[in-house]
Design a protein around this ligand. Structure first.
Ligand code: URA
Length: 444
């Protein structure tokens, strides 16, 4: 009866009170509200929206439907980063050990790839033996011992969100800013953080391509962070082309390891340093963004960031030897160069076409229960704006067999346009958003 009245009220433009969201989230997590009623309510929210008080109440109700990662006894700051997702985005694999190596605890909860975007858990699980299904108790002792845990959303964290997100995915109600903000922040705030940095992607490969929508999402999440005493800052970064060169799970893990050892592509390093500097400043362990960058560069140069990644991998059952020798990662059966069909300027490397190409190769999911092949994907050396000659290699396809090579080549042909003229690509890091408003990002 409760659900019916709430659907009716939301449908007619009314609001749902905090106690009602709480009761609903508990009842839904416990299986007492059927999916068809929750789906109707979510659709009503999709069309009618929610005010700030409702978004806050829904976030709290979803946090309260499960447990918290209690790290309040730690004396060090606890900072995480969240990305709205993209193609080639392996920043978390570099950033988490890098920041943990500098004395800030990083309890990082990540997701799996779905649709054209990749997921950190799939990239980590390319490492032989690596487990990401940590319980809250495992995650707590690992963060205490080595300052970082890289985990998935356990059934203990925000179970109401877990069920609702799966339902939204099946009922075309994902693309609602209040629902996205409440969903992401319920999981992040359940990690008991002292600060959070958001990487909000913009451009054709982003979940919300339009910058205004990205800024609205950032503002909504920052307000939720402030309501819960978790200072939150967002950077808006470009996803009109893949980040770095590698796209595909094991290939991206390999690139992340090389980046931790100081041999990363410049765009990946820049986004990592920009986000990492915000994390260190929020953690209060550095004097300025410039000081933060100096410390991160030193941690990479000294090998301490790579060493921290090896410790995390070992703690989670993986083979830490992968950091010394990335050839330990599973390797694709077949690979082939893809050359430019003509001379000209690289006008596009379309991330959605690349993401769909990875799915076609068997390395991504179109349904949550699909099994993926970690070895397949692309290494794309061409970047928008580059001049290339006819016959020059633009990318390499990694596949299971000759059919895969053909599918990969077709994806590259759709993604990479070489022409006489090209629009300039989006600025890599364009905006900074905090509780004080939006500013143009000034590189440090
Ligand atoms: N990621 C989430 O965790 N939730 C959403 O609603 C969208 C993206």
């Amino acid at each position: 009866m409760l659900a019916y009245r709430l659907i009716e009220r939301k449908r007619d433009g009314g609001r749902i009170e905090a106690g009602e969201w709480r009761a609903l989230a508990h009842a839904y997590a416990a299986g007492h509200v059927p999916d068809y009623q929750m789906a109707a309510l979510l659709m009503a929210v999709y069309f009618r929206g929610m005010d700030r008080g409702e978004i806050r109440a829904l976030t709290e109700a979803m946090i309260g439907s499960g447990g918290m990662l209690d790290l309040s006894h730690l004396t060090v700051p606890r900072i995480d980063k969240h990305s709205t997702g993209g193609v080639g985005d392996k920043v978390s694999l570099v950033l988490a050990p890098l920041i943990a190596s500098l004395g800030v605890a990083v309890p990082m909860m990540s997701g799996r790839g779905l649709g054209h975007t990749g997921g950190t858990l799939d990239k980590l699980e390319a490492i032989p033996g690596m487990r990401t299904d940590l319980s809250l108790a495992d995650a707590r002792s690992q963060v205490e011992a080595i300052g970082c845990a890289l985990m998935g959303q356990t059934s203990e964290i925000a179970p109401a969100d877990r069920k609702m997100y799966a339902l939204r995915d099946a009922t075309a109600t994902v693309e609602s800013i209040p629902l996205i903000a409440a969903s992401i922040m319920s999981k992040k705030l359940a990690e008991g953080l002292t600060g959070l940095v958001l990487d909000v992607k913009r451009g054709s490969g982003a979940f919300l391509p339009d910058v205004e929508q990205g800024l609205e999402l950032a503002r909504t999440m920052i307000a939720l962070g402030a309501d819960h005493g978790c200072p939150t800052v967002a950077l808006v970064t470009a996803m009109d082309r893949p980040l770095g060169r590698a796209c595909g799970n094991a290939l991206e893990t390999e690139e992340a390891i090389y980046t931790l050892k100081g041999e990363g592509p410049p765009d990946l390093l820049e986004v990592t340093y920009a986000l990492g500097a915000e994390m260190l400043v929020l953690g209060g362990t550095v004097r300025s963004l410039e000081d933060a960058r100096r410390q991160m560069k030193a941690a990479i140069a000294s090998g301490s960031a790579a060493q921290k990644f090896a410790e995390i991998i070992e703690a989670q059952g993986g083979n830490p030897g992968v950091v010394e020798d990335p050839a330990v990662l599973p390797q694709a059966e077949a690979c082939e160069l893809y050359e430019s069909p003509q001379s000209g300027i690289v006008a596009t490397v379309k991330p959605r076409a690349i993401g769909r190409g990875i799915i076609a190769l068997g390395g991504g999911r179109s349904r949550m229960d699909d099994v993926i092949d970690p070895t397949v994907g692309f290494v794309i050396t061409a970047k928008p704006g580059d001049w290339v000659d006819a016959g020059e290699p633009l990318a390499t396809v990694f596949a299971r067999n000759a059919d895969g090579i053909r599918a990969g080549r077709a994806a590259l042909a759709e993604a990479i346009m070489v022409s006489e003229e090209a629009e300039p690509p989006l600025t890599l890091v364009s905006h900074r958003v905090s509780d004080r408003g939006v500013t143009t990002y000034a590189a440090t």
